[in-house]
Write a protein that binds this ligand. Structure first.
Ligand SMILES: *Cc1c(COP(=O)(O)O)cnc(C)c1O
Length: 484
């Protein structure tokens, strides 16, 4: 028995059908609702028992079409503005299929797939102003990329051998510094590394949600005076709440002054660096010791795809290398060149995430990605302008990049904060449930905010107008008690 198709010709027909259906789905998206709630009978189908005998490839595909494809969270759609979720691309999806079909083991092996990953890392390093000799690796997402960056920081800047001794020893407390707007990955990372959440000093921000650098400097010095060992500064390029970016050049200077590692979380905001127009927002990124960013958010690659770049490739390798008898390189043969990627992170067996980036850059060139990013920033500005021009809409934060936080706030009434929060939550849920648009929510200075994040390459200016119009119409409906 094997697991290839019993009838290759029939399978070929089915495989072509899968591609055709997929492309039909992508080209018909704009006419579909952004999201649809799942009917109970569909949900119940997921309780079916473990199949011991299969029903065949065609039936499995039909179940995908009936049960899965109609009910994702909607991020393929031009009017999806929630969280930070890219649309993906058709070419990226096809490249993922090719990567799966080729199925190379991406620990290294120095064959073509490894050279693809190394080349893409060099290209991305160049786009981010990193030196050619910088190292890096592709990982699942920004959270993992940031974790790896901070791990290299810890293992490089501690005064003892953290890999050998761990942190269960007496001695100075290792501390790191970011802002109160730092994304939630940082908490998970310091907990996982055994540093503990208290080691992460969350420094307040200014009115524009950028970390307050004088306070950070004082905290570093106070910690050192108290016998602690500061080792790393975390800067953010593009915070998830409002799209603010820390003054990264000033943070780089502070890190240099205080001899700390400088790590930047550029999950989506790093992309601004690729644009001549937007680069000033995140200038200083090129001075980071390590930079984490996603390709699957503003880079429009299908999930999953992120990378971390590390200026000192040797430090990167020294933080993770773990030789083993069964992985010993040879001068010749398949393992010549060793397993470089196994020595740059946690994963040994890895998929071929770099192929979709390599093919996309070859097909479209960096410039088209830059234009898509600039377009999204224009759309965010457009929405901000519509909000500012309307008496019943209120912007809740500056819009430096691609995130807009706002609420419905009827000018001729004076609802209290609790009422405004409830009204806007109801507006958001009706927008989503009717499939009109999918923004998400956050809290800005204690106010419930409708949050629209623009990272979709399919979004048009008309979608922005539609979002503003829908919020106004539903806002009216909610405040006058109409509708469901
Ligand atoms: C999304 C995000 C992350 C986490 O990245 P994932 O790819 O979701 O793991 C980290 N930081 C910021 C600012 C983000 O927006």
């Amino acid at each position: 028995m094997h697991l290839d198709p019993e009838d290759w010709n029939a399978f070929r027909v089915l495989a072509h059908q899968m591609v055709d259906d997929t492309l039909d789905h992508l080209t018909g998206l704009a006419d579909e609702p952004v999201w649809r709630p799942m009917p109970d009978e569909v949900r119940a189908a997921f309780n079916a028992p473990l199949p011991l005998d299969g029903g065949g490839e065609e039936a499995a595909y039909q179940d995908y079409l009936d049960l899965v494809r109609p009910y994702p969270s909607g991020n393929l759609h031009p009017r999806f503005f929630g969280w930070v979720e890219g649309n993906g691309t058709a070419l990226g999806a096809m490249a993922d299929m090719l990567a799966s079909a080729l199925n190379p083991h991406m620990a290294g092996f120095n064959q073509a797939p490894a050279l693809v990953e190394e080349q893409v890392l060099r290209w991305l390093g160049e786009a981010m102003g990193f030196p050619a000799k910088a190292g890096g690796i592709f990982v699942t997402g920004g959270s993992m990329a940031n974790l790896l960056g901070v791990t290299v920081a810890l293992r490089t800047r501690a005064t003892f051998d953290v890999r050998a001794e761990g942190l269960q020893r007496d001695g100075p407390r290792l501390t790191l510094y970011g802002s109160t707007e730092t994304h939630g990955w940082a908490r998970k990372a310091v907990e996982l590394l055994g540093l503990g959440d208290q080691a992460f000093r969350r420094i307040p921000t200014d009115d524009a949600f950028r970390v307050d650098i004088p306070i950070m400097r004082n905290r570093i010095r106070a910690d050192r005076a108290a016998g602690h060992h500061p080792f790393c500064i975390l800067g953010t390029a593009g915070t998830v709440n409002t799209g603010a970016s820390d003054d990264l050049a000033a943070l780089a200077d502070l890190a240099a002054e205080e001899a700390l590692w400088f790590h930047v979380d550029g999950a989506f905001g790093a992309w601004a660096y690729t644009s001549d127009r937007l680069r000033p927002l995140v200038a200083g990124i090129e001075q980071a010791d390590s930079l984490a960013f996603d390709l699957h958010k503003w880079g429009s690659m299908p999930f999953e795809c992120a990378c971390v770049l590390v200026r000192d490739a040797e430090a990167h390798q020294a933080a993770f290398a773990a030789p083993a008898a069964y992985l010993t390189p040879a001068e010749r043969g398949v393992i010549a060149g060793g397993l470089p990627f196994a020595n740059r992170g946690m994963d040994l067996t890895r998929g071929f995430k770099a192929l979709k980036v390599w093919m996309s850059l070859k097909a479209y060139g960096l410039r088209r990605f830059v234009e898509a990013v600039e377009e999204n920033v224009d759309q965010a500005q457009h929405l901000a302008a519509l909000i500012d021009a309307h008496p019943n809409l209120e912007r809740l934060a500056e819009v430096p990049m691609n995130v807009v936080c706002f609420r419905y706030h009827p000018a001729d009434e004076q609802p209290g904060l609790a009422d405004l929060n409830a009204i806007n939550e109801e507006i958001l849920l009706r927008l989503q449930e009717r499939g009109l648009a999918v923004p998400s929510s956050t809290t800005v200075r204690g106010c419930y905010a409708i949050r629209a994040c623009f990272v979709g390459h399919r979004t048009q200016h008309s979608d922005v107008q539609a979002l503003a119009d829908s919020v106004l119409a539903i806002g009216e409906e909610v405040t006058t008690g109409a509708g469901s």
